[in-house]
Design a protein around this ligand. Structure first.
Ligand code: COS
Length: 380
């Protein structure tokens, strides 16, 4: 057993941390306040290889593995959780196309994602009435000569207004076929019939872009199909397994930032002639938070290591995502409490971390869905 990071992993961690300290953390609060999509910051991340951390160099990626990806995600989320989710989804889209795409699809799209030519990629699975149960989706793709015609709605699409390419899932059989007749397609931004809908006014992650999409008679060539006909559900599940490592890491980054803020505040703030960090009530909150944070980190890095080493990692990714996001919720709550009234106003970053943390228990599979995945594996 070896808990040491490799030279590559340390280098990615340090490079990301330096960038975040210099260029991301100082602007995170303003990005949040103005809801500004972090275009320049994402371009800088692409220049550092962070838009394709686990993607081969031949396709413009850093080819540095899944553990490096998790470490980079923790650092970016520590600075700005909105930028982190945009990076996470773009990495996920690049990996899906790398894993399941034809040569033509890979060489056309992946370098544009990794280089930053595309500001982001989008993952379009959820629908207004198909969230935890994507097998009930209603978006349909009908054969049209050699190609397809796509009709339907998607919801909660991260970076939808800015993405160069969308990975879109659609039904290619009747509704009763459930998960067995879902196919995956690549759709470019600007495709006739694709409309970007309502921009969500979210509680947190306000600098990330979340929209609905509608597809009205979008014509797709045969070459737009990703993977095999009716093989799309498995692609979605495998992508989400990897995505959950990203969200676990994002949760860890947010919780790390929150704890750093709380520690600094506890040392600085004096009440009854002593720093509040001298009181056991505050110490216990910090101690519990640090313990949970490190436990989450071990789970997330273990899941990342398993994926990197080609071991089955679905359960581990679900456990990491469940534990890290739930722990993050408890940590930001305690850290806000340490700040007292100052935690409840926008002047201190803890208020943003508290809002940003909440969605990690919801997206890329709710905590309840993670428990379904874990329980099925335990009972199998
Ligand atoms: N990897 C590969 N294949 C998988 C898989 C995985 N992790 N999980 C399921 N599959 C396959 C199954 O093997 C099955 O294949 P066959 O039809 O060949 O037997 C198929 O997918 C259907 O699986 P299952 O019957 O388990 O599907 P369910 O509809 O019961 O759904 C859950 C299972 C709940 C795990 C799934 O719907 C899920 O993950 N939901 C949450 C979705 C989500 O995270 N949404 C957020 C989107 S991003 S914001």
């Amino acid at each position: 057993m070896d808990f040491e990071l490799t030279e590559t992993q340390l280098l990615i961690q340090k490079t990301t941390r330096d960038f975040v300290e210099r260029s991301l953390r100082p602007v995170a609060s303003e990005l949040d306040r103005t809801e500004r999509f972090p275009k320049e910051q994402l371009a800088a991340l692409a220049d550092l290889g962070l838009m394709g951390v686990n993607i081969p160099q031949a396709l413009g990626g850093a080819e540095s593995g899944v553990v490096s990806y998790a470490l980079a995600m923790m650092e970016v989320a520590r600075g700005c959780a909105s930028t982190a989710v945009t990076m996470a989804v773009t990495n996920m889209v690049g990996e899906v196309i790398t894993t399941f795409g034809s040569e033509e699809q890979k060489t056309k799209y992946v370098p544009r994602l990794t280089s930053g030519e595309y500001a982001a990629g989008s993952f379009a699975l959820s629908e207004p009435e198909a969230g935890s149960d994507p097998g009930s989706m209603r978006t349909v793709a009908r054969r049209d000569g050699d190609g397809w015609i796509l009709d339907g709605q998607k919801q909660w699409i991260t970076s939808g207004s800015h993405a160069g390419v969308f990975v879109v899932w659609a039904r290619t059989g009747d509704q009763s076929s459930g998960t067995k007749a879902i196919t995956c397609f690549l759709v470019e931004q600007g495709a006739p019939g694709l409309r970007i809908g309502k921009h969500e006014d979210k509680m947190g992650l306000r600098a990330s872009n979340t929209v609905s999409l509608s597809f009205e008679g979008v014509r797709l060539p045969a070459s737009a199909m990703l993977g095999s006909e009716n093989g799309g559900f498995r692609i979605a599940m495998m992508a989400l397994d990897g995505g959950r490592i990203g969200i676990a890491s994002q949760s860890i980054g947010i919780a790390t930032a929150a704890l750093e803020e709380a520690v600094a505040y506890a040392k600085d703030r004096k009440q009854f002639n002593r720093s509040i960090g001298d009181y056991q009530g505050i110490q216990w909150m910090l101690a519990d938070s640090k313990t949970e944070l490190d436990a989450a980190r071990v789970l997330a890095l273990q899941a990342a290591w398993m994926k990197e080493n080609k071991k089955p990692f679905s359960k581990q990714a679900a456990m990491a995502k469940l534990y890290a996001s739930e722990a993050c919720g408890r940590i930001v709550d305690r850290c806000l409490q340490v700040h007292g009234g100052y935690g409840y106003v926008k002047e201190f970053p803890i208020e943003r971390h508290y809002r940003d943390a909440r969605v990690t228990r919801i997206y890329e599979g709710t905590s309840e869905i993670q428990r379904v995945v874990i329980a099925r594996s335990v009972l199998a």
